[in-house]
Design a protein around this ligand. Structure first.
Ligand SMILES: [Zn+2]
Length: 211
């Protein structure tokens, strides 16, 4: 029993590394709080098991430890592992969000110079002089073959691929639609789907959009 507790205690420390690493690398985010609590609880259970390995535990202590491990293991499964998988598959080769940002600022500049107001229709030709490639310049193209939906003044431009090319989201950062629970569910499904071979991530090398 002593050795078992020691091994279990060390196991909890190893588990605590997962959420702990996320907190350390993503400190600026408010969403780090549940990860910090999870790492702290897992570490606490590990520490408790190791230091108390020589004494027997009361029923309440056992129940508390079982509950804590159950909750934290669930959290690791639901949030920590998908985050790691997403980080592994995320590639910076995707130029689409950059194009969206370019289109967005071109739209704003066009609306300002042409005195347009929110809700006015914008066309590709209107924006061509503003995307930084001259009046006859090319309009940016999605590197993965998506179509750009410019939208009206005041709306964020979108790529038709959207979030379906996970983890290479073709969306403007901050412009994601859906609640955090939708975003979490997308990540969760896609992460385990990718690992279990149910869906294939985009190839890591996709053509970038010109110089
Ligand atoms: Zn795209």
């Amino acid at each position: 029993m002593r050795t078992l507790k020691l091994i279990a205690g060390l196991g909890f420390f190893v588990l605590a590394l997962g959420p702990g690493l996320i907190v350390l690398t993503d400190l600026h985010s408010f969403y780090g709080l549940p990860f910090a609590i999870c790492a702290f609880l897992l570490g606490g259970v590990g520490w408790f098991l190791i230091t108390r390995r020589n004494s027997s535990m009361s029923r309440n202590a056992k129940a508390l430890i079982a509950l804590t491990s159950f909750l934290c293991a669930g959290f690791v499964f639901a949030a920590v592992i998908p985050m790691f998988i997403k980080a592994i598959y995320t590639t910076s080769a995707n130029a689409c969000p950059n194009n969206l940002r370019l289109i967005d600022s071109a739209k704003q500049q066009w609306a300002l110079e042409q005195n347009r107001k929110v809700g006015d229709i914008v066309t590709e030709n209107d924006l061509k002089p503003y995307v930084g490639r001259g009046p006859d310049g090319e309009f940016p193209e999605c590197p993965a073959g998506g179509a750009y939906i410019i939208g009206r003044v005041g709306e964020p431009p979108r790529c038709s691929i959207g979030t379906s090319a996970w983890p290479n989201d073709h969306v403007l950062s901050g412009g994601e639609t859906g609640s955090w629970i939708d975003n979490w569910w997308t990540d969760f499904k896609a992460a385990y789907g990718t690992v279990l071979g149910l869906r294939h991530p985009l190839p890591q090398t996709i053509k970038t959009n010109g110089p």
